[in-house]
Design a protein around this ligand. Structure first.
Ligand SMILES: Cc1cc2nc3c(=O)[nH]c(=O)nc-3n(C[C@H](O)[C@H](O)[C@H](O)COP(=O)(O)O)c2cc1C
Length: 358
């Protein structure tokens, strides 16, 4: 463990390393998190955001159960609250604690219109006092460490990350993650490490090294991680989109930054992991829904492989585990035999301009 990759603590929770999986709605369910942990190199996994809603119905209870389902092997585990009412966020933090969270995070970064209209996600950054009140309510409701995930501001005109950091720390947050863009910038725009550096300097002046600041936003290459450390003093790195379909990314980044050997999975290993992932997904969602859920992961796993477009067309029509196996067997048999030789194909899987995403 060296300058870039090292253990880190979030309050009393000790992480073996400082590469974190980002919370991603529709992606970071227990199956995906377990895969990330099994492949290795990921210091902390997180659930997607869980809405802080007052009235409970059987449908909402079921959704909560799916979002928070977890296994001992994936721990430590962060769970995330999404909301804007301090009381409801506090009650949700207590529910997440009871469901098995080791760390409870507050979402101050989601930029989608629906979130903004509800005053949630990055819209919370427009109201530092409310962020403080929510963090305070969450801290009061749980014994688990509370953290905040934010951006540099709701918009370029409202870059108030230091105010939000102040509100969070003042009320008991013990770590911050900063997606180093504002709420209106697209995923493709470069991250602003100077904004991140300001947050880190502010936190360090106030709390020393006791409160880590994690960098987020395209932290998917060794160069990006070195820059986040060297230019902004980041204590760790949170990775989102790039980990989808490439769970080997964590250990490869670690190898590159720590002087170890990078690891290139063979086609057979890629196929085996895809099959294991599907079995975990079936367990979570059942066959009918699981087949649909698995599509997005499968295209990530197979993206940039020759013949992936044809494979996608076939895969979109499957309705069962047996059909999955057939289509995947055929695709990989052709790949291994070199029958798809030709152009590597690239599918756009998450809107490159960040539309609809966080
Ligand atoms: C599909 C998708 C879903 C996301 N869901 C969440 C979420 O539930 N909570 C959250 O804080 N951020 C969410 N994010 C934002 C990511 O956590 C992360 O901040 C963002 O993708 C930037 O990191 P990256 O460049 O490594 O992907 C989501 C992003 C994507 C692409």
């Amino acid at each position: 463990m060296g300058r870039y990759i090292h253990p880190v603590s979030i309050g009393p929770v000790h992480l073996a390393n400082n590469l974190l999986l980002a919370p991603m709605a529709g992606f970071t369910n227990v199956a995906f998190r377990l895969i990330a942990k099994e492949v290795g190199g990921c210091g902390l996994v997180a659930t997607e955001m869980v809405a802080a809603i007052g009235r409970q119905s059987p449908v909402q209870d079921k959704r909560f159960a799916v979002l928070t389902r977890n296994l001992p092997q994936e721990r430590p585990l962060a769970m995330q609250v999404y909301g804007n009412d301090p009381d409801l966020c506090g009650r949700t933090a207590a529910a997440l604690d009871a469901a098995g969270a080791d760390i409870i995070d507050l979402n101050c970064g989601c930029p989608v219109r629906k979130a903004q209209q509800a005053g949630c996600g990055v819209a919370l950054m427009r109201d530092p006092a409310r962020v403080g009140a929510i963090v305070k309510a969450m801290v009061a409701a749980t014994t688990k460490p509370v953290t905040v995930k934010m951006r540099l501001g709701a918009s370029a005109q409202n870059r108030n990350a230091l105010e939000i950091a102040h509100a969070a720390l003042e009320n008991g947050a013990v770590a911050l993650t900063v997606h180093a863009r504002t709420g209106e910038s697209k995923h493709g725009t470069p991250v602003d490490l100077s904004g991140l550096a300001e947050v880190k300097a502010f936190v360090k002046a106030r709390c020393g090294e006791a409160v880590p600041v994690f960098a987020n936003g395209s932290m998917d290459t060794a160069a990006a991680i070195r820059a986040a450390k060297d230019e902004a003093g980041a204590d760790g790195y949170m990775i989102g989109r790039a980990a989808c379909g490439d769970p080997w990314l964590f250990r490869n980044l670690m190898a590159e930054l720590d002087g170890g050997e990078p690891y290139a999975p063979t086609l057979e290993e890629r196929k085996r992991l895809l099959e294991r992932h599907f079995d975990l997904i079936l367990d979570l969602f059942g066959e009918e829904r699981g087949v649909r859920v698995m599509r997005k992961y499968t295209f990530f796993y197979c993206n940039r492989l020759p013949g992936v477009r044809r494979f996608r067309d076939r895969f979109c029509r499957i309705t069962s585990r047996a059909e999955f196996q057939q289509v995947v067997d055929d695709f990989f048999a052709d790949l291994i035999a070199g029958r798809h030789a030709g152009e590597v194909e690239h599918l756009t899987l998450i809107d490159e301009d960040g539309g609809g995403e966080h």
